[in-house]
Design a protein around this ligand. Structure first.
Ligand SMILES: [Zn+2]
Ligand SMILES: [Zn+2]
Length: 354
């Protein structure tokens, strides 16, 4: 098998040849068909995330072992299964739930493996999908994609699930008005599609990049906003129907976007922060109290949410976000394109692409 892996943090991915995988116990081996490329993969290659205030989260200090094959948005076909894996339909194509936990603790047993204190996320703690083969610990992580195009199904494992889980934190009255989304990258575009699939109002979308704003309009945003505009807050209120947005999703997670989101939030509004760009919170503490706002984080999603999302996606209700296929061997170049902000929608690696 072949994989594109991190041998040293801060250096380009390296191509490695390894022996073919063999499963034990409940393990399943997949032949990779499509592997989505996510911003988190850039952080992995870099070896950490900026926490703001001069602090940094270093993956090496967090026990992430190298070499590591990144990639957590994987679609593949089962080529082998261990003796305890049970019955698996080998004729199907599966998208893999990558946010695996220990499987044993209380959180894991209720399906919240993504919140497990000893995570075994694919492409982060254990080898992921930038490879021709992928090992998963148990068949419960496999979800049949039905008739979906693999390049379209792969991003559901991260950008799809992340936005779905974030939207789940905003149900009810928060959807009575158009929400504001900040960032029209893979997550933002996916969110526009999901809002439509869930029958919610089309969002207002803010992004500094005119090409991304155009993509957001194309995807169904009701209006787009340039955060660099000096009258940005008035524009947001106007675009949201004359009232500030009660619900804001920040898919960037930078100091500038956190500030914009907080300033745009009315009393009792809710900000769900999803992006991991980096930095520290720029909010005034008294204003959090005075505005009685809700600020919460949302990281990936649960197995139950993933099952629900795949069911919706299989009906065809979620329009595909634009995706571009790249050969697996070009993983490093693809990461560089993403880093330079030159990927619209999702980049997907495919061992079969040339
Ligand atoms: Zn991701
Ligand atoms: Zn656990």
């Amino acid at each position: 098998m072949q994989c594109q892996c991190i041998q040293h943090f801060g250096q380009p991915l390296a191509s490695e040849q390894r022996p073919d995988m063999t499963p034990t116990g409940t393990e399943v081996i997949l032949e990779v068909v499509a592997a989505g490329v996510c911003h988190t993969d850039l952080h992995m290659r870099e070896g950490g995330v900026d926490l703001g205030r001069g602090e940094r989260l270093n993956y090496a200090d967090r026990g992430i072992k190298l070499p590591l094959t990144v990639g957590h948005e994987t679609v593949g076909r089962v080529i082998a299964a261990g003796p305890d894996a049970g019955e698996i339909d080998m004729s199907r194509t599966y998208v893999v739930f990558p946010w695996c936990g220990c499987g044993d603790c209380e959180l894991c047993r209720r399906g919240d493996e993504n919140l497990c204190a000893t995570p075994r996320y694919l492409g982060i703690h254990v080898d992921g999908g930038y490879a021709t083969q992928l090992r998963i610990a148990h068949p419960r992580y496999l979800f049949d994609i039905g008739d979906m195009d693999p390049a379209r199904a792969a991003p559901l494992a991260c950008s799809g699930l992340t936005t779905f889980s974030a939207l789940k934190k905003l149900e009810g009255s928060y959807f009575e008005q158009a929400p504001l989304l900040i960032g029209a990258g893979g997550l933002g575009l996916m969110c526009i599609r999901l809002l439509a699939a869930l029958g919610a109002q089309a969002p207002v979308v803010a992004d500094i990049d005119p090409a991304k704003r155009a993509a957001a309009l194309e995807a169904g945003a009701v209006a787009v906003i340039d955060p660099a505009d000096p009258e940005v807050l008035q524009q947001i209120t106007h675009a949201c129907g004359g009232r500030p947005p009660r619900a804001i999703l920040d898919f960037v997670g930078a100091e500038a976007t956190a500030k914009l989101a907080f300033d745009a939030l009315p009393r009792n509004g809710k900000l769900v922060t999803v992006g991991l760009f980096g930095g520290a919170a720029p909010w005034s503490l008294p204003m959090i109290t005075l505005k009685s706002v809700h600020i919460m984080g949302s990281y990936v999603g649960s197995l139950t949410e993933f099952a629900e999302l795949i069911e919706i996606a299989r009906t065809g209700a979620i329009d595909a976000i634009p995706s571009t296929l790249f050969p697996l061997e070009q993983a490093e170049e693809t990461l560089n394109l993403l880093e330079a902000g030159k990927v619209l929608g999702r980049a997907v690696l495919s061992p079969a692409a040339r």
